[in-house]
Design a protein around this ligand. Structure first.
Ligand code: 1GP
Length: 234
């Protein structure tokens, strides 16, 4: 099982979406490095647990990206904790985290936690709306956020989130060029192996989500495209 520092390709499964067990098996056995379970809406303890049980039958790393405190269940390899650096609503930067630590801080095993500095760039994404993200950023803004995550807050992951649309490779390249330690995750709108390969040139980790539900065959093909891609280069 691979640690996050080795992930090149990751599938993100939405617990609110239905997926046949055969498809879950194909994803887990595809050669992807990890399966992230996470979504914005309709995430419940029940649907998270159901998906965890399915994915757990395989040896692939399985991690929960926490968006809903009530849907946190034990049994994952690790827990990704997003902090949306460009959120207009402070709760999504540190407010929910503060509340969670007040309630459960004494139970935490910090070895299992992985903080992600998110920048959300698609204004139409559900996550952008929920967090009131300031998405009208230029390259200098992105660079500054990348440095903030990496050199100021020392977050292990900087996540460029275009959820729902294919992003700008130039933005990904720019972010990568300033990161010294943090791993760069890219996610958003990857619907072909070619797009996956392109983002793998600049991002350390390529996250593939919606296409799993829209075009399953293409989703599977992104694994090889990323695993065989050169990169990251910048
Ligand atoms: C979503 O970054 C992931 O959080 C992947 O985005 O669903 O658009 O592939 P897509």
């Amino acid at each position: 099982m691979k640690e996050y520092g080795e992930w090149r390709h990751v599938f993100k499964l939405d617990p609110a979406e239905e997926l046949d067990v055969e498809k879950i098996e194909a994803l887990c056995e595809s050669g992807t490095d990890a399966v992230i379970i996470g979504g914005t809406d309709g995430v419940t303890e029940d649907n998270v647990l159901r998906l965890l049980m399915e994915v757990r039958r395989f040896s692939v790393a399985c991690v929960l990206e926490v968006s809903e405190l009530e849907a946190v269940v034990p049994g994952f390899d690790s827990y990704l904790i997003p902090s949306v650096l460009n959120a207009g609503e402070p709760a999504w930067i540190n407010g929910i985290h503060h509340e969670a630590l007040k309630l459960y801080g004494h139970l935490l095993d910090d070895e299992e936690l992985l903080a992600e500095g998110y920048v959300i760039l698609n204004p139409e994404a559900k996550a952008a709306r929920a967090t009131k993200a300031e998405t009208g950023l230029d390259l200098e803004d992105i660079e500054a956020y990348a440095r903030m995550a990496d050199q100021l807050f020392h977050l292990p992951v900087f996540y460029l989130e275009y959820s729902g649309i294919y992003g700008d490779p130039e933005v990904v390249k720019t972010a990568k060029s300033v990161l010294k330690h943090a791993r760069l995750f890219y996610g958003g709108g990857i619907s072909t192996p070619e797009q996956a390969r392109e983002m793998a040139l600049y991002a350390d980790t390529v996250v593939v989500g919606d296409v799993i539900y829209d075009n399953f065959k293409q989703a599977l093909k992104t694994v090889r495209a990323v695993q065989e891609a050169e990169g990251p280069v910048y």
